[in-house]
Design a protein around this ligand. Sequence first.
Ligand SMILES: C[S@@+](CC[C@H](N)C(=O)[O-])C[C@H]1O[C@@H](n2cnc3c(N)ncnc32)[C@H](O)[C@@H]1O
Length: 203
Amino acid sequence: MKKEKLIKKYDKQVKVYEKNRNHSTLSTWRKKLINKAYGNVLEVGVGAGANFPYYTEETVQVTGVDFSSEMIKSAKQAASDYHFRAEFLQEDVDHLTLAPNSYDCIVSTLSLCSYAKPHELMNKFNDWCREDGIVLLMEHGLSSNLFLSYSQKILDPLFTKISGCHCNRDILKIVEKSDLQLINIETYWSGIVYMICAKPNKN
Ligand SMILES: C[S@@+](CC[C@H](N)C(=O)[O-])C[C@H]1O[C@@H](n2cnc3c(N)ncnc32)[C@H](O)[C@@H]1O
């Protein structure tokens, strides 16, 4: 799908993401993941700021990136309710260049499904994150259940057309093949949802 079309699709979905900020299961997972964030945080595909309530660490400063102007507007508004310092970049992460080693923590939730080059982006995370930093991911992808994964593969073109994202990405393989080093993996919903903590590997 062309980038402009994808951006418009996400612009139009902003109200849905605002409504889903308090989705109970997702909130539990978000809390578990985001509680680990600290320091200078880069949150990629920030959406409507659904992770903001869970940045509890005193020192957190968040840079939220999104290519959708509507999502950025919504995230800015949401951030004003919280104590941390926040700034926003309206950029396409697939073309984003940032200084190496500039973040303590990089976060991406439910967004790996829509990046054009997810594997390359994981390597960029490896570059942008400080050596002693942490990469926190909560992503959905191909189920470990054979029947579900078969259905996901078949439905992917339709799913992408409707939502803008892919449902057939092998999340673990994407991270494993990147430069990042896995620290912890948890899976939910028949292996559709992955919660991953990784650290950069600078060797
Ligand atoms: C499925 S939503 C998830 C939003 C949020 N992270 C959450 O957990 O609710 C994906 C978000 O990533 C953004 N996005 C997708 N591809 C992007 C890209 N290449 N560059 C920047 N933002 C992107 C979309 O605009 C959208 O806000």
